[in-house]
Design a protein around this ligand. Structure first.
Ligand code: HEC
Length: 145
């Protein structure tokens, strides 16, 4: 009897899982962050208000994207964790950097694909403007002559 509510709970929770390769994040990325970052960027007095214990992995969200780019910059530069603290291994830095870069690239590709649609629309407007300009020129010439 007690199993039915449990199953229901599971079904309700499933759709709330975060997108963007959560498996990779949970198995490979989160452990690095927990080991090296969460002491200062967790629930308790997070430095610069940056919570890395519950950072989203939805790179399509611009605010999330910016956070991860900042993380990549600081980690790649060897600025985070601060020098005085135990440092991640080269392999950990590589794993984290590659995962972030891949996420950023995928999000940029998606945005470019959407941007192309916007550009096409813009081109159409430009074409119309060009036609209007051409018409004006020819009417000016017409007046001039
Ligand atoms: C010992 C504490 C400590 C640890 C561990 C630590 N940080 Fe920080 N972090 C800070 C402090 C203090 C600042 C604010 C000063 C600064 O920007 O250098 C900061 C700032 C940052 C910022 C800039 C945030 C902003 O909005 O300006 C990022 C990004 C960051 N940390 C990422 C990380 C990552 C990723 C890790 C783990 C790999 C990490 N930090 C580990 C203390 C820490």
């Amino acid at each position: 009897m007690a199993r039915v509510p449990l199953l229901l709970c599971g079904a309700l929770l499933l759709p709330q899982r975060l997108p963007a390769a959560p498996t990779d994040f949970d198995t490979r990325i989160r452990p690095i962050i927990v080991r090296h970052c969460v002491a200062c960027h967790g629930a308790e007095k997070p430095k610069r208000d940056l919570r890395l214990d519950r950072i989203s992995t939805d790179f399509n969200d611009p605010a999330t994207l910016v956070k991860w780019q900042e993380v990549l910059k600081r980690v790649a530069a060897g600025e985070m964790p601060p020098k005085a603290k135990p440092q991640p291994t080269a392999a950990e830095i590589r794993t984290l950097s590659h995962w972030i870069s891949a996420g950023v690239r995928a999000a940029e590709a998606r945005r470019r694909a959407e941007g192309r649609v916007v550009l096409r629309r813009l081109n159409r407007v430009e074409d119309e403007n060009r036609i209007i300009r051409l018409e004006r020129i020819s009417s000016d010439e017409w007046r001039g002559s």
